[in-house]
Each structure stands twice: as C-alpha cells, then as structure tokens.
Design a binder for this molecule. Structure first.
Ligand SMILES: [Fe+2]
Ligand SMILES: [Fe+2]
Length: 253
C-alpha cells in the first residue's frame, strides 16, 4: 500500500526577536499535523542571530525533521554561518547547494536545497560586461549546479523535494511588479528541475506572488507566508507516485 507523507512548508517567516510566542505556537501546531517541515528561507528580518534563535528555539525538540535553506534577508548581517550554526544546534538541517535524506514513516524523503539567486527570465541577465555582473551570473550558475547535484543525489528517494528561496519559474511571481522579477528568481534554476523532475518544488521570497505554478508538470509552490495567508501549508506526497500530473492535491493546515 502506498505511503503518504505529509510535508509542511513555509517561507519568509521573517522572525523578529519578539516573535517567540507566535513562531513557537505555529511550529507546535504543525508538529501534530505533519511528518516533516521544510523552510524556504528568509527565516529572519535582518539576518541577526537573536532573530534566527526564535526559529531555532521553536524547532528544538520537535519530533519531526526540519530542513531549511536561508534567504537573502538571512544574509543581511553577513552572518550566514552563525545563523546556520544556531539552527543546526537546534536540530535543523540547513542546506546550501547540498541535500539531505531523512527517513519519514519508513519512507526516504530527499531534499535538495539551494538559496538560489537573481537572473530573471528569458535572458534578462547575461554573462556579460562588468566583473560584478559576470560574478552575479556565476553565482546563479553555482546554484544551478548545486541544485543539479542535490537532485541527482536524492534520485533514488521515495519522495523528492527541491527547496529554494528564489523562484525558478515566473508563474509563482505573478502579482509582483514585473520589473522586480529579475531579482526574484531565475529561469536557469528550472533546468535541473526539468531534468530530475522532483515530486515537489517549494520556494519563497516573492511576498506578493502567486501560490501555484509548474515546470513542465512538476508542481511548484510559492510558500511565502504572505502568499499562503497561513503559517504553513501541508502537502500530501505519495511515496509510490513519481512526479504527479495533474499537480498534487494540497491541504490546508
Ligand atoms: Fe522574504
Ligand atoms: Fe527574500
């Protein structure tokens, strides 16, 4: 009999140092409803350690695994390593161009995670010109390569998730001004998704974007809390069905 695992996803929690009760309550509630949690970056407002400790404290001692990527806000104070350490000490698996495989209900859940970066859609950003422009292009290339490696590494898992902060597709940006799409995602990130076809792709970052999209039938969701209008969304993922089509059903938390 097919096993369903329930994955709760949220992005852009943007915890402030005074948000402890709100964040802790949300994680406690979702712990009872889900088998695993994925966090799509922007855990903090300004990348401060006291802010990330609000999220870390909410995750500490949970009975279900938590996997996260950082977002651009989490880099704002130039302390991503300190944030990663605070989360890891609380048991959160932080991915950066890497992957993890966790057993969930007797099923292997693989998550490939990259923050992602800018670049836009339809060749808006070329590998050309001043060094800083070419370096930005190269940074996104490193994310594309990291996502490719991560998805390759979880290929044999029963359930496979691509976890990003920046969007790999335009569809989940609809609602944001189009002039901002250049810095909200990059279509080059869709390449590895098209190739490896994970069961689910989640990202955040676009607070005013749209919830649902796809990349050649691979379901993509913008799980920014501002878009969802709730703390978490719970996805039911079937361990025996590869890359569902039509897009998988979702349930409200
Ligand atoms: Fe955000
Ligand atoms: Fe962001």
């Amino acid at each position: 009999m097919a096993k369903t695992i329930r994955v709760a996803a949220a992005g852009d929690i943007h915890a402030g140092s005074a948000d402890g009760d709100r964040v802790r309550d949300a994680f406690r509630r979702v712990e009872e409803q889900a088998d695993a949690i994925v966090l799509a970056g922007d855990l903090t407002q300004h990348g401060q350690v006291d802010e990330v400790c609000v999220v870390a404290d909410a995750c500490r001692g949970l009975s279900i695994p938590v996997v996260a990527v950082l977002g651009n806000h989490d880099w704002q104070s130039d302390r991503p390593a300190d944030l990663g350490r605070a989360l890891a000490e609380a048991g959160v698996v932080v991915l950066e161009r890497s992957h993890t495989i966790v057993p969930v209900n007797g099923v292997s859940l693989g998550v490939a995670g990259v923050k992602g970066f800018v670049g836009g859609f339809g060749n808006q950003w070329a590998n050309f010109g001043e060094p800083i422009f070419r370096e930005s292009y190269a940074e996104t290339t490193r994310d594309v390569d990291g996502l490719d490696r991560g998805l390759q590494a979880i290929e044999a898992c029963a359930v496979r998730i691509a976890l990003l902060h920046y969007s790999p597709v335009e569809a989940t940006l609809v609602g944001e001004p189009e002039r901002l799409w250049l810095v909200l995602g990059a279509d080059r990130l869709a390449g590895p998704i098209r190739q490896h076809r994970p069961d689910l792709v989640v990202h955040g970052h676009a607070h005013h974007g749209s919830f649902e999209g796809d990349i050649d039938g691979v379901p993509v969701y913008n799980v920014a809390v501002h878009v969802m209008g709730r703390a978490f969304w719970i996805f039911d993922l079937d361990s025996e069905q590869r890359t569902p089509s039509p897009p998988l059903s979702v349930e409200e938390s």
